[in-house]
Design a binder for this molecule. Sequence first.
Ligand code: UDP
Ligand code: MN
Length: 561
Amino acid sequence: MCAFCSMKLRRRAAAVRRRMHCLWLLLLGLALAMLATSGFLNQDQDLHAADPSRRPLQRLPGPPELEVIVDSLDLALELGEDLAPLKSLQEDQLLFVFPSAHGSRTQPQSKRSYKMLMRGTFKDAATPGPARLRAGSLQREMEQASVQRHGFNEALSETISLHRRLPEARHPECFGEKYSESLPSASVIICFHEEPWSTLMRTVHSVLDTTPKQFLQEVLLVDDQSQSRHLKVRLGSYVSELEGVRLIRSTRRLGVGGCRTMAAAKAKGEVLVFMDSHCECQEGWLEPLLERVAQDRSRVVSPIMDVIDWQTFQFNITQWPVRGVFDWRLDFYWESNPQLQDFHPEEPVLPLQSPALGGSVLAIDRNFFQSVGAYDPGMVLWGAEQIELSIRVWSCGGSMEVVPCSRVAHLSLHHRPYIFPDQDMLRRNKIRVADIWMDAYRKIYYRRDTLAHFIKQSESPNIAERLRLKRSLGCRNFHWFLSTVFPQLYVPQDKPALSGELYNVGTGSCADYPRGEQQQGGVMNIAPCSGTGGQVIRTSSVIREAKLTHSKVTCGSVVAL
Ligand code: UDP
Ligand code: MN
């Protein structure tokens, strides 16, 4: 190789070595930079893990959302009772505190941590900030949206004190009433499903603010498997600070009756007071109820239920006398100013017997409740449970009344906000009422709800257990209930005596309606028998005689109901 060539090669090799050095230095620099960054991050994570509840929210670096973990153990019954307190957080800094889905039973150290979202970071937050609420038109929009979402003006409710006092609605004579000093203790049971914060907490505070401590054993808040975030850790933490309030969580959806029965088994008070999760009590509401139950343990009592308007949150006074009734469609309602023989206007503080009571607030002796069969466990989620309990209490040895010196206001909803998995749930519950308690009178209900009739026939619900209970308690029949407790319920004589096709044995044809006239009850024709059910008619006994004589047809295939 020539000397020139070997010099050129050496120079090239030196240049490559220099470039390699540069590359190494670059790589080293990068590696050091990465190490430094990860070290910093780790330090930051350690800080979070150390004690997040003590970290002031406003000092968080980066995005405002801090995600850490809550031990999933805490999601079991009694959630929230042993969680780290949120003392360092201001209530208005904290929009939601809720458990993370990543919690694990093998990480007990994660128990003291929470996931937090600052105001405004939660996109469909139902709870508006106070500043936004002040802007007039925006407030109206928020209010409309909240009515749609909750069935009442929750945005307005948020701005009303949790400790507001209702205007006095009791009759002046109530103030002269004296109650025994040794009244039984009460457990107030409040079952809730997806109840907004303001109405739920106003209910709880209203009970605490209006009830003498010596009569209140406890307030049992029972979460019927709500998913709303404000009802998770935030609620657990808030309730743990309230004396005498216990929070129970159900691990499956129980519905109104199931939830109340479950809570009753855990209650310690002598008297159970079931209360809806959106009520406000009037001062002195509990004593008159306890007094009546103490005098007769089989007496089930209700306050006068005043009404909180779903839009304005104004308080509407219910006129006395009032009592609970139901119709043949098995719909419950309060009947104001009924013409009652046992009502004497000169004695405005006397309780009045009531054929039924609504479920919004109801006081019942705990032992009597258990012995009379609690709520029917066969009923699903919601509806007609108050009618079932009413007929059962009366028929099986108890009684019901409205006590006028006790008043509680109930929020009337614009619509029911929560979703039911079963659209015919209410019907299914009514079918149980009819089949278990109404004997032959059940047909009057089925005639008013043909779909219920079909459901009952296709499903034949299992009512054996409840019929056994009815027998073992020696309960009276529905005829007794109608004639003794609720004689005002008119028993309609619309009972068809016969139904089927009217078949003329002479011509071999059937009575038929001209098309489209079935509803108006037009003159009938004679037509070939179709056999499809389209010619089925129903006749009352009177009409049957008239028609049969007049048209001289015999009822070949007419069958008695
Ligand atoms: N509720 C419940 N589980 C359900 C449905 C309702 O715990 O599946 C609660 C609800 O939150 C309320 C009470 O039961 O506190 C009665 O329900 P609601 O107020 O809807 O009945 P209404 O007053 O309209 O009869
Ligand atoms: Mn209600």
